[in-house]
Design a protein around this ligand. Structure first.
Ligand SMILES: NC(=O)c1ccc[n+]([C@@H]2O[C@H](COP(=O)([O-])OP(=O)(O)OC[C@H]3O[C@@H](n4cnc5c(N)ncnc54)[C@H](OP(=O)(O)O)[C@@H]3O)[C@@H](O)[C@H]2O)c1
Length: 179
């Protein structure tokens, strides 16, 4: 089972503004050539299970369209989460720890997991569960916001697998966790 992160941050390391807004990211994405997705389509095509933090799920609900087609989506939430009726066959809610979640999944149909949401990513990192981190750095300074990374229980060392420099000023870093 492989657990991956694919996320965009501002140059100063934020995934969203303090209030959760990602307008700066949407604006940047909208400025890209129509066929440019920084590798997202390739990445998501290999994913069978998406694990979303509750805050990220609530943000995705604001989008015009459900972005995950028919892929299995698991929301990590310890408190109540409102799942709209139209999504009830696509989405489940899990209230345990990352380790418990991984243990509960059947490796046969959960081979490639996409972990999304900063707090959730931090939680999986702290339990030593992330294998690959793909971070696209957007050339914007937000000054404050929700940080991708936070406290760690112990140092987490990574190996740099790839760096892509885009001609629209973004950089994409791909790391593998050293376990
Ligand atoms: N830049 C990007 O590419 C990108 C990608 C994804 C998301 N985002 C943005 O990031 C923001 C959301 O990120 P976030 O960091 O605030 O939240 P998050 O990681 O999406 O969700 C965190 C919430 O999940 C619940 N949770 C359940 N188990 C947990 C655990 N083990 N560890 C941590 N939380 C757990 C908690 O809510 P309860 O305790 O209430 O259950 C917690 O508050 C949104 O604004 C979204 O738009 C940006």
């Amino acid at each position: 089972m492989k657990l991956s992160v694919f996320i965009a941050t501002s140059l100063d390391g934020y995934v969203a503004r303090v209030n959760g807004d990602i307008d700066w990211l949407m604006k940047f994405n909208a400025s890209l050539p129509a066929d440019e997705d920084c590798g997202y389509a390739d990445f998501i095509s290999a994913i069978d299970t998406i694990v979303l933090g509750k805050n990220s799920f609530n943000k995705v609900l604001e989008f015009d369209q459900w972005p995950y087609a028919n892929k299995r989506v698991i929301i990590m939430a310890r408190s109540d989460v409102l799942v709209p009726d139209v999504l009830k066959n696509k989405v489940s809610v899990f209230s345990g720890t990352p380790k418990e979640l991984v243990r509960s999944l059947n490796v046969k149909d959960a081979n490639n997991l996409y972990i999304d949401g900063a707090l959730i990513i931090q939680s999986f990192l702290n339990e030593g569960l992330i294998d690959e981190l793909i971070v696209t750095v957007i050339p914007t300074l937000l000054g404050e916001g929700k940080s991708l990374f936070g406290r760690v229980n112990q140092d987490i060392n990574l190996r740099l697998i790839d760096v892509k420099k885009y001609d629209f000023d973004a950089v994409q870093l791909k790391y593998a966790a050293i376990k």
